[in-house]
Design a binder for this molecule. Structure first.
Ligand code: THU
Length: 162
């Protein structure tokens, strides 16, 4: 028996202004997107903005439903829109942010497992890493590839290899 270890690397910034201007803009777009969330049940608004390789920016917000599982997270709203409108274009970066009853959250909010799974399949399809920017009010986490967020992922290549 051998013990194995998996390491996740990410970078923490204390100010948004420490990021390059293109990423600041993307975070601002995610903040705007959070305002369009439909969250009568959770009152937890998530905004996501996706930067494509062409420079196009797609925004998404979480959309809830009285039949709870029918709703969708902000990240997947944005990523599936990107994939359906620009099926040939790789995603470069996704910025994610959230606010609740007391405004934008102080700390970054990491995406749920299903959204991570979807991000990784897009990375894998295009063989191109997606940078993930999680922004709280005063703390920003940058992960250079979505793969870092989901070790031992169920990769679509398993199905292709059957
Ligand atoms: N939510 C997202 O939009 N993204 C995530 O990664 C986690 C959760 C949404 C789903 C639901 O509308 C609300 O946040 C509370 O779970």
């Amino acid at each position: 028996m051998k013990e194995k270890e998996i390491k996740t690397v990410f970078y923490e910034y204390n100010s948004l202004t420490d990021l390059p201007s293109e990423e600041i803009r993307l975070v601002e777009k995610a903040r705007q997107a959070a305002k369009t969330a439909y969250t009568p049940y959770s009152h937890f608004n998530v905004g996501a903005s996706v930067l494509l390789a062409t420079g196009e920016i797609i925004e998404g917000s979480n959309q809830e439903n009285a039949a709870y599982p029918s709703g969708l997270c902000a990240e997947r709203v944005a990523l599936f829109y990107a994939s359906s409108h620009f099926p040939e274009i790789p995603v470069r970066t996704i910025a994610i942010t959230a606010y609740g009853k007391n405004g934008f959250l102080k700390d970054p909010v990491p995406p749920c497992g299903s959204c991570r799974q979807v991000m990784i399949e897009i990375e894998s399809r295009f063989n191109s890493p997606i940078k993930v920017i999680l922004s709280g009010r005063n703390k920003i986490w940058v992960i250079v590839s979505a793969k870092q967020l989901l070790p031992l992922v169920f990769d679509h290549t398993f199905l292709l290899k059957r």
